[in-house]
Design a protein around this ligand. Structure first.
Ligand code: GLC
Length: 446
C-alpha cells in the first residue's frame, strides 16, 4: 500500500510515536496529554490501546483493564477516570461522582460517558494474542462490554427505539461540534450566560479555564460555549447523573448520529468476541442490537439527503452538517447505495475535500472555522474511523489515499491534537496520545 517514501519514514514515525506514548504513561495508563489531559479518558484509551497493541501488548491490555476499574455499578463507563493523586482528586470534585449510588467505590470518575469504542479495542488487542491467551482476554473483558451496552439501552434508550440518547456534548467526544452547539444555544443556554455575553463579561471565565492557558484561545471553544457546558454539567450533578431525573420537561437530549454509529459497530465486535469464547449475549441485548442496526436509517433525512442527529424529545433533525454525517460508513449498517452517496459527499470540494482532510465541518458551512477545535479542524481519530468505514464498503483506494494524507499531516506537523484542514498547521496541544497511537496503527496494519 505504501510507496517508497512511506516505507522510509515508517520506522521513524513509529519511533517518535512510541516515545510520545511512553512520555504520556503514568501509573498503568497513558494520559491523552501530560499537560492538558493528565487523567484517563474513555475513547482515548481505546484508541491508545489499538496503537499500543503493535508495540507493547501488556500496556495495551492494562490501558483497558484500568479503564473498566472506573465502570459504574449500573454498567456506565465514564468519560474520565481520575488518578488518585492530589490533582486528580481536586478536579474530580467538579464532577463529584459520589453523588450517584452507582459510582464505583474508591475510584473518582466523571458522571457521563463517551463513544463506545471499548468492544473494538478489546477485539483488536485480542487479535495480537494466540488463541489461548485471546480466550482468556476476551473472557476477562466481555462482561464489562455487555454491562456497558446493556446500560446504554436500558438507561439511554427509554423509548426502546434502538437509538441511544446523550445528555452532554462531552459524551459525543466532539465537545463543541456545531449540531450540539446549535441545539444548545437554541433553547438551553441559561439567561445568565446570555447576559454575560451581551455585557462582554464572558472573559472572566478565562480565569477558570485550563485549556486556554496552554493553547491559543482561537483554537478552543468560546467562553460562552464553555460556560454553557459547565452549567449543563452542574445540572446533571444536581440530579445525581440520574437519566430519569434529568429527562424532565424540555430536557436537552440528543440521539447522536456518530455515537450511535459507533455503538452499532461495537455491537458487531461484541458478537465476534462472544462467538470466539462461546458465551451467550443476553436475549434482551441481542434484540436491541438488532433494532439498532435498522434504526440508524431513522436518522436519514430525505429532504437534505443527509444523515443527522435528532432531538430526542421532538424527533426533529438537527440540520447542521458536520463530520458526523459520514460516520454511518463506520457503522457498517447502511446500504451500499447510501455509502456511495456519503463517499460522494466526502469527495465534494465544497464539503469535505480540502488539502488536508477530513475537516470536522464542511468548508461551505457557516460554522466552518479551520482552527476552532471541533468546528473545522482535522482530527486523526475521525480520519481513522472513516478509513475503517471506507473499507467496510469496498472503497479501499479511497481509504489508502486518506491514510497517506493523514500520515503526511503528522509527518509535517507532528503528533498534535488536531490540524488546520486548509494549510495543515498543527493545532491544540502537542504530543497527543491518540494521534501517536493511531499513526502507529495506520502504519502497522495491512
Ligand atoms: C477533548 C476531546 C475529547 C477527548 C478529550 C481528551 O475533550 O474533545 O474527545 O476525549 O479531550 O483527549
Amino acid at each position: 500500500m505504501f510507496d517508497i517514501k512511506y516505507e522510509k519514514i515508517k520506522n521513524q514515525l513509529i519511533e517518535e510515536a512510541t516515545e510520545i506514548l511512553a512520555s504520556n504513561y503514568k501509573n498503568n495508563i497513558t494520559v491523552p496529554s501530560n499537560i492538558l489531559y493528565p487523567h484517563q479518558w474513555f475513547w482515548d484509551s481505546c484508541f491508545i490501546a489499538i496503537g499500543l497493541r503493535h508495540i507493547d501488548i501488556e500496556k495495551a491490555k492494562s490501558e483497558l483493564t484500568n479503564l473498566v476499574k472506573g465502570q459504574w455499578k449500573n454498567g456506565m463507563i465514564p468519560n474520565i477516570v481520575f488518578g488518585n493523586n492530589n490533582g486528580g482528586r481536586k478536579i474530580s470534585n467538579i464532577w463529584r461522582s459520589q453523588v450517584s449510588p452507582f459510582s464505583p467505590d474508591n475510584v473518582f470518575t466523571s458522571g457521563i460517558t463517551q463513544p463506545p469504542m471499548l468492544a473494538e479495542a478489546v477485539y483488536k488487542v485480542g487479535e495480537m494474542l494466540d488463541k489461548k491467551e485471546r480466550k482468556l482476554w476476551f473472557g476477562m473483558m466481555i462482561n464489562h462490554i455487555i454491562d456497558y451496552h446493556q446500560w446504554l439501552y436500558l438507561d439511554r434508550d427509554p423509548h426502546s427505539e434502538g437509538l441511544v440518547l446523550l445528555l452532554h456534548p462531552y459524551e459525543s467526544g466532539m465537545d463543541n461540534s456545531p449540531p450540539w452547539m446549535g441545539e444548545l444555544h437554541k433553547s438551553f443556554t441559561p439567561k445568565w450566560i446570555k447576559y454575560t455575553e451581551k455585557l462582554h463579561l464572558d472573559f472572566i471565565y478565562n480565569f477558570f479555564r485550563l485549556d486556554t492557558k496552554f493553547v491559543n484561545k482561537f483554537e478552543r471553544m468560546s467562553n460562552v460555549d464553555a460556560m454553557s457546558l459547565y452549567s449543563l454539567q452542574i445540572n446533571m450533578r444536581k440530579k445525581q447523573y440520574n437519566t430519569e431525573k434529568i429527562l424532565g420537561h424540555n430536557s436537552f437530549a440528543i440521539e447522536d448520529l456518530a455515537f450511535n454509529s459507533v455503538l452499532i459497530r461495537a455491537n458487531d465486535y461484541l458478537e465476534k468476541i462472544s462467538d470466539f469464547i462461546d458465551k451467550e449475549i443476553p436475549k434482551n441485548l441481542k434484540n436491541n442490537i438488532k433494532k439498532s442496526r435498522s434504526a440508524i436509517d431513522n436518522l436519514w433525512d430525505n429532504e437534505n439527503a443527509e444523515y443527522f442527529s435528532r432531538n430526542f424529545e421532538t424527533h426533529k433533525f438537527i440540520k447542521i452538517s458536520s463530520i458526523s454525517s459520514l460516520l454511518p460508513l463506520y457503522s457498517g449498517a447502511i446500504t451500499q447505495e447510501r455509502a456511495n452517496h456519503l463517499v460522494k459527499t466526502l469527495e465534494s470540494h465544497d464539503k469535505f475535500s480540502v488539502p488536508f482532510p477530513i475537516p470536522t465541518v464542511p468548508v461551505s458551512s457557516e460554522w466552518f472555522s479551520p482552527m476552532n477545535y471541533w468546528q473545522g479542524p482535522t482530527w486523526i481519530n475521525m480520519n481513522w474511523l472513516i478509513i475503517e468505514g471506507l473499507k467496510n464498503y469496498g472503497f479501499d483506494d479511497h481509504a489508502d489515499i486518506l491514510i497517506k494524507k493523514t500520515l503526511e499531516l503528522v509527518e509535517a506537523g507532528g503528533f498534535s491534537e488536531y490540524f488546520d484542514p486548509i494549510d495543515g498547521r498543527p493545532l491544540g496541544i502537542d504530543n497527543f496520545s491518540w494521534t501517536a497511537a493511531l499513526t502507529i496503527d495506520l502504519l502497522s496494519s495491512d
